[in-house]
Design a protein around this ligand. Structure first.
Ligand SMILES: O=C(O)CCC(=O)C(=O)O
Ligand SMILES: [Fe+2]
Length: 160
């Protein structure tokens, strides 16, 4: 985990994965085609985060040192609510219902000007509707930080 996230995630385990089955590779390719432009290079490994039912992620902006312009996350198992809050104007916010099998893409203003968080079970509501949290697994693809080509990256932290 990169420096920016230390302390932000509670009740989890995680791994960085670079070898996938053929079936999984086909899915990751669909994610990459949907979320990343042809000029974008991805971090060499994919971040897999396993959040327990009581786990949650506090508001943060992924570090620009370890992560480029695009973050794409596939949510599996339990639905959850992701909240985005503008870092300068906290009254500007929105929530996303992340259904299992859904893909979110953070780029542009959503990536840089808004923090993102995954609500804990007690706070897990979407438009007044309760979204009970169970175990959730996310598979997160990120682009390399700007100016860092695959050749120059050495051993980049695989996640933010
Ligand atoms: O689990 C997710 O979808 C988001 C995880 C996250 O925000 C991070 O690892 O920086
Ligand atoms: Fe994040």
């Amino acid at each position: 985990m990169g420096q920016g996230l230390v302390g932000a995630i509670h009740g989890f385990r995680e791994t960085e994965k670079s070898r996938w089955s053929e079936a999984s590779r086909a899915i990751l390719q669909r994610v990459q085609a949907a979320a990343f432009g042809p000029g974008q290079t991805l971090l060499s490994s994919v971040h897999v985060l396993d959040l327990e039912a009581r786990g949650y992620i506090k508001p943060h902006v992924d570090s620009i040192k370890f992560c480029g312009a695009t973050i794409a996350g596939l949510s599996l198992l339990s639905p959850s609510v992701m909240r985005l809050v503008h870092t300068q104007e906290p009254e500007e916010w929105l929530e996303l219902l992340l259904e299992p099998g859904s893909l979110y893409i953070l780029r542009g203003s959503a990536r840089y000007d808004f923090s993102h968080e995954i609500l804990r079970d007690e706070e897990s509501f979407f438009g007044g509707r309760r979204i009970p949290r169970g175990r959730r697994i996310s598979v997160i693809c990120r682009s390399l930080p700007e100016g860092m080509g695959p050749g120059e990256s050495g051993q980049p932290p695989a996640a933010c």
